[in-house]
Write a protein that binds this ligand. Structure first.
Ligand SMILES: O=P(O)(O)OC[C@H]1O[C@H](O)[C@H](O)[C@@H](O)[C@@H]1O
Length: 532
């Protein structure tokens, strides 16, 4: 299958796809889910290529795996766990069975408890020792930070609860900045950690505890915990009524739909949070029901596989022309790269193709004035993924929004069309002539024929954000199944953690650097000489 795709690619790689993009192709090479449109017409994929990609998807068993995932089978095989973040947003979707028991009553009960607590924080019936809660500090890292931090930013127009701060880094600068602007007497600290063992989070949580203890009499009273480890939250001194638990079949980077989303719920309110869940649920239904050609997660994954594994483009730029989504690239870096950045197949064999791509990006138009130079004229092709809303949230400044949209569409058009030497010459023919004209013109050539996809939607609101995030989750799932790897473990993060634990006494100077490699020992020496 991979060979068929590569052979097919070789036959069409040289052509300019720009010549194909008429209205029929725009209709045929696009798909809709609810109000959302995915346009992938500006790629080199043709009907035969798409058919081969869909065949690949069918042969690798995506439909069967999809059914297995939604029904609670242990598809996370290396950890022997189900993968059921979809159950967290299955608001009225009926029972979901894990090991013979329906998990929905527990999920809905926790959601109700979260809503009651969030509401109490918002209306002041849960108060700090100095009065109504003005600030929430979410302490968590990775999946216990990136999702809610991204979403609180994305849904800023709906934010009517207390201010939210996200502290993730063990670098004291991070928590110090939050402590500086918050009054402990009116702050709620949420310790978000699936395992409740993550060193960064537990270190920051203890720092916050000490900070709180200097100002209030009952330190634990303004702490809440989000975790699968009820015993550890109790040991930390957080009362069970402020502990919101979830199960190990919710992966950290898929967890913002449940308790890990508490800070978001406090920010935007339980009703808006439920709308976010409903958006995710709508995308689940679309993913389960839509034909592959019309299935947004499937097509987004297949386009990605075409660009990465078939064309060999190693990275993908995610470019939201929606400033509210400024943290989306960072969020997707964990979702995609921690999920599909693996070189081993489910069965233990080496992966026969490349793992998932490097994902990176920044909002437009900012990126245009920074790294787009390389996207347009660099020697490597970088497939781009644009996200754009028809409307923003500042009606009185709609003309600015229109300028934003024009810029987004201009970029995908420029990437596709490019500018040839003749056109480049005519740009500067009035200024230069002869050899100098040739030289100057060459610098102004854009190769073009560079692919992009565009995800367009009416407006970013909680429901739409839910759809967007679930779209990306399912894209990761499809890509992982097609590549034959396990998207739901993360063994690749272990080694660094182990070595950090071993290095801590060396850095502190209570243990010598003997036995360390020369480079590490020299770096420790330099840092110690400079006061570490
Ligand atoms: O939520 P926690 O258990 O604290 O884990 C936080 C993060 O750290 C780990 O190292 C994993 O790589 C992430 O997948 C996880 O989201």
């Amino acid at each position: 299958m991979w060979d068929d795709l590569k052979k097919h690619h070789a036959t069409i790689a040289a052509r300019r796809f720009e010549t194909l993009v008429d209205a029929d192709r725009a209709a045929d090479f696009s798909a809709r889910a609810g109000d959302m449109l995915l346009d992938y017409a500006k790629t080199n994929i043709d009907a035969d290529g798409r058919a081969l990609l869909i065949e690949l998807l069918e042969k690798t068993g995506v439909a069967q795996k999809r059914a297995a995932m939604f029904t609670g089978a242990a598809i996370n095989e290396t950890e022997g766990r189900a993968v059921l973040h979809t159950a967290l947003r299955n608001l009225d979707g009926g029972p979901v069975m894990v090991d013979g028991a329906d998990v929905m009553p527990g999920i809905l009960d926790t959601l109700d408890r979260m809503a009651q607590f969030a509401q109490a924080v918002r209306d002041g019936s849960f108060a700090g020792q100095g009065g109504k809660i003005t600030d929430v500090i979410n302490i968590g890292i990775g999946g216990s930070d990136l999702g809610p931090a991204m979403a609180v930013k994305a849904l800023a127009p709906f934010h009517d609860g207390p201010r939210c701060h996200f502290v993730s880094n063990v670098d004291p600068a991070d928590i110090a900045a939050a402590m500086q602007v918050c009054d402990p007497a009116t702050t709620l600290v949420i310790v978000a950690s699936k395992t409740f063992t993550t060193i960064e989070t537990m270190t920051n949580a203890r720092t916050a505890q000490a900070w709180m203890g200097q100002s209030v009499t009952d330190t634990g009273a303004q702490f809440a915990a989000l975790s699968t480890a009820a015993d550890k939250t109790a040991d930390f001194g957080i009362a069970p009524e402020r502990v919101f638990g979830f199960e190990d079949w919710v992966g950290g980077r898929y967890s913002m739909w449940g308790p890990i989303g508490l800070s978001l719920m406090i920010a935007i309110g339980p009703d808006n949070f439920r709308a976010f869940l409903r958006g995710g649920q709508a995308m689940d239904q679309h993913f389960k029901a839509a034909k592959w050609e019309e299935n947004l997660p499937a097509m987004l994954a297949l386009v990605g596989i075409w660009h990465n594994q078939i064309c060999g483009f190693a990275t993908r730029a995610v470019l939201p022309y929606d400033n509210l989504l400024s943290r989306l690239p960072a969020y997707l870096q964990q979702l995609e790269m921690e999920s599909n950045g693996k070189g081993v197949s489910m069965d233990g064999a080496d992966l026969p193709v490349d793992s998932g791509p490097v994902v990176w990006g920044e909002p437009g138009t900012n990126g245009q004035h920074a790294f787009y130079q390389l996207i347009h004229q660099g020697t490597r092709v970088i497939p781009c993924e644009f996200l754009v809303a028809a409307r923003g949230h500042n009606d009185d400044l709609h003309h600015q929004h229109q300028l934003l949209v024009a810029n987004c569409l201009a970029q995908s058009e420029a990437l596709m069309r490019g500018r040839d030497l003749d056109a480049a010459r005519s740009k500067v023919a009035d200024k230069f002539s002869g050899d100098e004209l040739e030289r100057q013109a060459k610098h102004r050539v854009f190769a073009g024929n560079r692919p992009s996809v565009t995800i367009a939607y009416p407006q970013l609101d909680p429901f739409m954000l839910g759809q967007i995030i679930a779209l990306y989750e399912h894209r990761v799932f499809v890509e992982g199944v097609v590549l034959g790897l396990n998207s739901y473990d993360q063994w690749g993060v272990e080694l660094g953690k182990e070595l950090a634990t071993a290095l801590q006494p060396v850095v502190e100077g209570t243990q010598s650097a003997q036995g360390k490699d020369g480079s590490t020992a020299a770096l420790v020496g330099f840092l110690q000489n400079n006061g570490v």
